[in-house]
Design a binder for this molecule. Structure first.
Ligand SMILES: [Zn+2]
Ligand SMILES: [Zn+2]
Ligand SMILES: [Zn+2]
Ligand SMILES: [Zn+2]
Length: 199
């Protein structure tokens, strides 16, 4: 007789509470990700620690096997992004959490006004800049020319993909203006110089 209970139902999901340290390597404390190894009595270790130590940190045994059962568990452990409350709806496997969050576009950014403690996603910040501070702002599309009033001070730019930039203009006599442009998501500063003629 063949038992049906051996079949796996990938859609069967339930929220459970577990001690997350079970999903971390006991040596490096990084989340387990395949390949995961176990010693002959079943202590788990990540592959990079296993390569470094060559013996089990729990019992000093030196023979290891790959543990597919544990790999299935870590591959099905799905967690929300830390920026879920800022709008990220991604569900990520626990071992991908750190790399996702480092690149997540919902990471809140802070208002550049030193007297203001507002933080939020790019779209919340844009609304905040334009309604709360009423800072000069322009929306633009990449690779499409657009006009910006050249005057000293900060000017906020929003690209078609929601990315925010702060442009800061300083007069540079006699040629025009020095302009710095700060990419608020990637924290990169560009500096360039504008020259113009007054007609
Ligand atoms: Zn490890
Ligand atoms: Zn062991
Ligand atoms: Zn995210
Ligand atoms: Zn503010």
């Amino acid at each position: 007789m063949v038992s049906k209970s051996m079949g796996h139902n990938a859609d069967k999901k339930q929220v459970v509470t577990i001690g997350m340290d079970v999903l971390d390597c006991p040596v490096c404390f990084e989340p387990f990700k395949p390949p995961i190894l176990q010693c002959s009595v079943g202590h788990f270790i990540c592959s990079s620690c296993c390569n470094k130590l060559n013996k089990c940190p729990g019992c000093s045994r030196t023979s290891f096997e790959r543990c597919f059962g544990m790999e299935r568990i870590v591959e099905s452990a799905v967690v929300p992004c830390i920026y879920a409350e800022h709008g990220c709806t991604n569900k990520i496997t626990y071992f991908n959490k750190k790399s996702h969050e480092q690149a997540c576009s919902y990471e809140p950014c802070f208002c550049p006004d030193s007297g203001c403690s507002f933080s939020g996603s790019m779209s919340m910040l844009w609304k905040h800049f334009t309604t709360k501070h009423m800072w000069p702002s322009t929306e633009f599309k990449y690779y499409t020319p657009f006009d910006v009033r050249v005057e000293p001070g900060a000017h906020f730019l929003r690209a078609g993909d929601g990315q925010l930039f702060v442009m800061n203009m300083v007069p540079v006599e006699p040629v025009g203006h020095g302009v710095s442009c700060y990419d608020m998501l990637n924290h990169v500063l560009f500096i360039f110089q504008l020259s113009y003629f007054i007609l």
